[in-house]
Design a protein around this ligand. Structure first.
Ligand code: 13P
Ligand code: SF4
Length: 305
């Protein structure tokens, strides 16, 4: 069977079985083509809360499937490839959050969505890269514990100087493998190109960028810009998607190190098996974890708009 035939089978089967396929922007083009919805973490969360289908298949990483389950506990949520986890989400557990809260009493705890469901039970609000600034500005609290990504945290802090932040020493291994020397090297090779980066990159990279935003923010910016060339500082798949969407523009990856091996684990065959009911992992969370982690996620959706 070739890719097109497998895609046709998936499309037929998902209709028959009333399955919604959610794909994160970092998934491959063949998966994008069978997905009902593609987005960044915030858009996927909103979609998960409102999808009418009985079953949702997540082509992404584990925390995304968990978020789906928390927002739609009555539905079956299948993580297409059970080995796809986010290394950043594994950097901090609930106990480490409680430790920080003991160290900084009275601070509001803001967690990046790239965290486990269990950790989210201990926080006040969840944010994504595209909603963090808006949500933190809207919080009444001045003092903020921001976990686990200090790079995203530093970017938010620069836009919210009225707030006082404490950070955890975490971060995304994919984005942290880039540095300012990559920007300088790529700019020297492509002087006309604009530099678009994700806020999970180090501050020394972010400060050299022309635009900083979420995965879909970067894509929208590149599509709407009148510029013809772009250096992309996020996962390699975004370069591929942009090349499909804007064949007349040129896209260069900031560094060959911008590859998230976890996002690459899910294949079209995994999606097929998950839709067929013959693969993936059904996400099961304890009821109290669902109830207590839903509060900060609902708050994100409410404040993120
Ligand atoms: P966004 O989808 O919010 O841009 O996050 C990127 C990411 O690293 C997801 O794991
Ligand atoms: Fe996690 Fe980074 Fe991979 Fe996103 S790109 S899934 S934050 S390791």
């Amino acid at each position: 069977m070739n890719t097109r035939e497998l895609q046709d089978r998936i499309i037929e089967l998902k209709k028959k079985k009333n399955v919604c396929i959610l794909a994160h922007a970092y998934q491959s083009q063949d998966i994008w083509e069978v997905a009902d919805f593609i987005g960044d973490s915030f858009a996927l969360s909103k979609k998960a809360a409102g999808a009418p289908e009985d079953t949702m298949v997540m082509a992404g990483v584990r925390f995304m499937a968990e978020t789906c389950k928390i927002l739609s506990p009555e539905k079956r949520v299948i993580l297409a490839n059970p080995t796809a986890g986010c290394p950043m989400a594994m950097e901090m557990d609930r106990d480490a959050v409680l430790e920080m809260q003991k160290e900084y009493p009275g601070y509001a705890t803001v967690a990046y969505i790239n965290t486990t469901a269990d950790l989210k039970t201990a926080v006040d609000v969840v944010v994504t890269s595209s909603s963090a600034v808006k949500i933190i500005r809207a919080l009444p609290d001045k003092n903020i514990i921001f976990i686990p990504d200090p790079n995203l945290g530093a970017w938010v802090q620069a836009q919210c100087p009225e707030k006082n932040f404490k950070f955890y020493n975490g971060g995304c291994p994919t984005h942290m493998r880039t540095g300012p020397s990559d920007v300088k090297r790529m700019k020297a090779a492509h002087p006309e190109a604009l530099v678009l980066v994700h806020p999970e990159c180090r501050p020394s990279v972010v400060e050299l960028a022309d635009y900083v935003g979420s995965t879909t923010g970067i894509m929208k910016y590149a599509e709407e810009s009148s510029a013809r060339e772009f250096i992309i500082g996020t996962e390699a798949s975004i370069v591929q998607h942009l090349q499909f969407q804007c064949p007349d523009k040129k896209f260069y990856l900031l560094s060959e190190n911008c590859v998230c091996y976890n996002m690459k684990m899910t294949t079209l065959v995994d999606v097929y098996n998950a839709v067929a009911g013959d693969g993936g992992e059904e996400i099961v969370l304890p009821e109290d974890v669902i109830t207590r982690s839903r509060r900060p996620i609902d708050r994100m959706i409410q404040l993120g708009g």
